[in-house]
Design a protein around this ligand. Structure first.
Ligand code: GDG
Length: 473
């Protein structure tokens, strides 16, 4: 029997990864991540259940508990991983929702698989959700789940949150299944977006393409139900990050990193999943040109780029990896000296402690996505700079730019502009940098991830005021 609950989280991934335990048996390890730390306290207070894919293609996994959290796995077959996950989610929706930076692919079999898998998630949620429960569905992989749930279980209070941008109508209209997706989302009582612009795009599309009446952030359905679409910018566990950054072992490691890269005057840092939306190529090129122009000397500065492996079986990601590695090879070959590469490039993922040490070691954090729902890396860097030092160069096209106004904001398509901002941050006075960082730190302290989760759940109980069941605590 699966567990049951008044609060059900439905996300593509479970908050754990399959690992081999010391005795060789299979076990689970908590995957670090903002969403998990945000929802962990809410899950515990409400004895919630989390439904998700554990990764891999193991079939028939039973519900289990990990460190007090109730987890219900949804299995995917190898074909479904290819069609639902790598295909429709990451080679169709991901590029369309990110300004078509890469060309989206459309395949009808992928769509069929998306529908099948969404139904499997919805059916699991139906088994687990108690009468009048709150179900919170996450992200672009599961946009049909709200309507499927609504149909099977009209008693539920349903929320949906999109972690990536919601595109303008002109781009969304390319999707052969645009109407099904809009109708899928309309199954929710509250649809949350990172930015007000995403919510507006959604409401406009619903009016144009589905023909429902709308007013501001509300959609009026023919059956009398109301759906609200609004912005809930996500954040990080600010206190947790700051505490980590203050740990002695992390500070020692930060020193070690600086000396390992040759104790230059300034360390530039980039940390991203290796994804074409993140603008890694543009920023490395801008940095290399500054060396070439004689503005920066490799004895004085170094760029550390961590590119976490991601979606490695998707064609566009393989191409990107090759492009970046070719560029790094060129730059180091042309501009580096013995023991002094211009760029330290790491294609690897690291524990949270190492991330905090990197943030502490970096004088200039460079975040230049072409489009990004929020970008948590920018906020994590700010959270770790408790001395109010360090500089953030941030793309205008990251959701985070809305809140972190005091960063050096750049248009990543404008290489000269990026170069100018990198140089300006490089030469910034301590006073200027401190003034900017102080203001940004205030923002991330106030708007942390638990404030985000609370705001969303409060918003959900306002649109869907059930009489019988209380909102989750
Ligand atoms: C999506 C949206 C939105 C990265 N490498 C390692 C590692 N990370 C962590 C970072 C950060 C997270 O992964 C990445 O979050 P981002 O927000 O930067 O980007 P996406 O992965 O694209 O996330 C995005 C987010 O959802 C939340 O709604 O902000 O716009 O695209 O926390 O620190 N963590 C560890 N090792 C690594 O090697 N431990």
């Amino acid at each position: 029997m699966p567990p049951s609950s008044q609060l059900v989280i439905v996300a593509n991934r479970l908050p754990v990864d399959r690992v081999e335990l010391p005795d060789g048996s299979p076990g689970w390890r908590r995957s670090p991540g903002g969403l998990v730390s945000a929802l962990d306290p809410v899950m515990r207070r409400n004895d919630g259940v989390w439904i998700g894919w554990p990764g891999g293609t193991e079939q028939d996994l039973e519900p289990f508990e990990d460190d007090g959290l109730k987890l219900v796995p949804v299995s995917l077959s190898a074909d479904e991983v290819e069609e639902f996950y790598e295909g429709l989610s990451n080679a169709t929706l991901w590029p369309i929702y990110h300004d078509v930076i890469a060309k989206p692919e459309f395949h009808r079999e992928w769509w069929d698989s998306y529908v099948t898998v969404n139904r499997r998630f919805a059916e699991k949620a139906v088994q687990v959700a108690e009468e009048g429960a709150t179900v919170w569905v996450h992200d672009y992989q599961l946009q049909l789940v709200p309507a499927m749930l609504r149909e099977m279980r009209p008693d539920l209070r349903i929320g949906f949150y999109l972690h990536i941008p919601f595109p303008p109508a002109e781009l969304f209209a390319q999707l052969p299944w645009r109407r099904q997706i809009l109708e899928g989302l309309l199954g929710a009582d509250l649809v949350g977006f990172q930015m007000a612009g995403g919510a507006q795009n959604f409401v406009r599309l619903v009016r144009q393409r589905v023909g429902h009446k709308t007013h501001r952030d509300l959609v009026y359905l023919p059956d009398g139900r109301t759906v609200r679409a609004a912005a809930f910018p996500i954040s990080i566990d600010t206190e947790g990050y700051e505490a980590l950054a203050r740990e002695e072992s992390v500070l020692d490691r930060a020193e070690e990193i600086r000396s390992a890269v040759g104790s230059p005057r300034k360390v530039f840092l980039g940390v991203d999943r290796l994804d074409y939306t993140k603008g890694i190529h543009a920023r490395l090129r801008a940095f290399a040109e500054l060396i070439q122009d004689g503005e920066i000397d490799v004895d004085d500065a170094v760029f550390v780029q961590v590119a976490t492996p991601s979606r490695e079986r998707v064609e566009q990601y393989r191409i990107l990896r090759e492009e970046i590695e070719r560029l790094v090879g060129h730059v180091n070959g042309d501009l580096g000296r013995i023991g002094r590469p211009a760029i330290h490039y790491l294609h690897s993922s690291y524990p949270r402690e190492e991330m905090a040490a990197l943030y502490r070691a970096a004088d200039i954090m460079v975040v230049t996505p072409y489009r990004d729902g929020m970008n948590l890396v920018a906020k994590e860097y700010v959270a770790c700079r408790y001395d109010d030092d360090g500089a953030l160069v941030l793309s205008e096209f990251a959701g985070a730019a809305d809140e972190l106004r005091q960063a050096w904001l750049v248009n990543p398509y404008d290489i000269n502009g990026v170069k100018a901002a990198l140089l300006d941050a490089y030469h910034a006075s301590e006073k200027d940098a401190a003034r900017r960082m102080k203001a940004m730190r205030k923002t991330v302290r106030k708007h942390d991830v638990s404030a985000w989760a609370t705001r969303f759940l409060d918003g959900l109980s306002d649109v869907s005021p059930h009489e019988k069941s209380p909102r989750p605590a």
